[in-house]
Design a protein around this ligand. Structure first.
Ligand SMILES: Nc1ncnc2c1ncn2[C@@H]1O[C@H](COP(=O)(O)OP(=O)(O)OP(=O)(O)O)[C@@H](O)[C@H]1O
Ligand SMILES: [Mg+2]
Length: 348
């Protein structure tokens, strides 16, 4: 058989590999991710008293990426258990969507949770339960028709049936945004009772505004354990090395685009991104896209992709305010031990 002739016009149809996509899907398990994940893994276990955990950090530090990989890792770890019982969903990720209304919409929130717990809403719903064969939830009426109390009951029942261990709520500040101070506790109590009723630990994720809202009420602050996902600082050698290692990973991922041309700019990138890996990813993805579109690499693409001075200034202000609020809040001091007799004599 003769080979079909390849015409130059056919070659144009074969799209080159997209390094932009490779950069977008890259997930670096960098130092900060490992630190926060290890801390979360320590705090999430059956019977834990920490029913609500909170992960806060600057915008673009990679909080959503961390939250999604936590959930993915937990579900992968539980694969054998899930194979034995098709109904189990150990970890769930939802975004607390802004509804556009003045108050946070619990209805929308419960619907999002149910959508995640019930992977296919198109299946017939004859009665509310978990189908033992498909492992899917079946419920009597469409979600839209349910009362708020009915939705809440479904969420509680489904979380129990699904044997869910933790529920991550991203963009959690939306739950308490625009809430009057005296109602803040009611919002958090709603989550707290969900955790208590179901034995599910809730991980709220958000930027520093979440922490600042939380600290409006001492009661709220007391009942949540806060984890700080910090940027990589430019005044700390460990942080500088960890940030450079990330730039190196990005450089290797799209080497055909920029060769070895990124590392010389590692310090400038640290400065411009304020040490936030998500922001670094966004900048480098933009720069690679520009190079792919123009067909060649130039450091000018990197310059064009950087944050503008105004954007950087705005983000820096938010970070400094957030760090000032959270750092004293996270400083814990050990109580002083009473002096031993020998020590007391030495002092005398
Ligand atoms: N560890 C990582 N490795 C590679 N890319 C990452 C990593 N973490 C985040 N990114 C990329 O950076 C982008 C922004 O990160 P992410 O959305 O997680 O930031 P964020 O802290 O949630 O920001 P915001 O506060 O604005 O929601 C993501 O779309 C993702 O592609
Ligand atoms: Mg996010």
């Amino acid at each position: 058989m003769t080979r079909p002739e390849i015409l130059p016009s056919d070659l144009a149809l074969v799209s080159p590999p997209s390094y932009t996509q490779a950069l977008q899907s890259l997930r670096i398990k960098h130092t900060r991710i490992k630190q926060v994940m290890d801390e979360l893994n320590c705090l999430i276990y059956p019977g834990s008293q920490d029913s609500i955990l909170m992960v806060c950090g600057p915008t673009g530090v990679g909080k959503s990426a961390l939250a999604k990989s936590m959930v993915k890792a937990e579900n992968e770890r539980s694969a054998p258990e899930m194979q034995a019982d098709a109904g189990i969903i150990p970890a769930v990720y939802v975004e607390a969507r802004a509804s556009g209304e003045d108050d946070f919409s619990w209805r929308l929130f419960y619907q999002s949770v149910l959508e995640q717990l019930d992977t296919d809403l198109e299946i017939p719903k004859y009665h509310f339960d978990i189908d033992p064969i498909t492992g899917r939830m079946v419920s009597p009426r469409s979600l839209k028709d349910r009362t708020l109390a009915g939705l809440r009951t479904s969420v509680e029942r489904t979380l129990r049936h699904r044997k869910t261990r933790f529920l991550v709520i991203d963009e959690a500040a939306h739950i308490i945004h625009q809430t009057r101070r005296n109602r803040l506790e009611i919002q958090l109590d709603t989550l707290k009772s969900l955790a208590n009723q179901t034995g599910v630990q809730i991980v709220m994720v958000g930027s520093y505004d979440l922490f600042q809202l939380m600290s409006l009420s001492g009661q709220l602050a007391r009942r949540t354990h806060v984890l700080h996902m910090e940027r990589y600082r430019q005044d700390n050698d460990h942080d500088i090395r960890a940030f450079h290692a990330c730039v190196q990973k990005f450089q290797n991922t799209a080497e055909p685009v920029w060769g070895q041309g990124l590392m010389p700019y590692a310090d400038s990138l640290h400065e411009n991104t304020l040490g936030c890996i998500g922001t670094l990813s966004a900048i480098l993805t933009r720069a690679a896209k520009l190079a792919e579109t123009t067909g060649s690499w130039s450091p000018d693409h990197l310059r064009t992709a950087l944050l503008s001075e105004l954007q950087r200034k705005q983000i820096l202000e938010e970070i400094l305010d957030g760090e000032a609020a959270i750092n004293p809040g996270l400083t814990r001091s050990m109580p002083k031990l009473p002096k031993t007799g020998a020590q007391q004599r030495k002092v005398a």
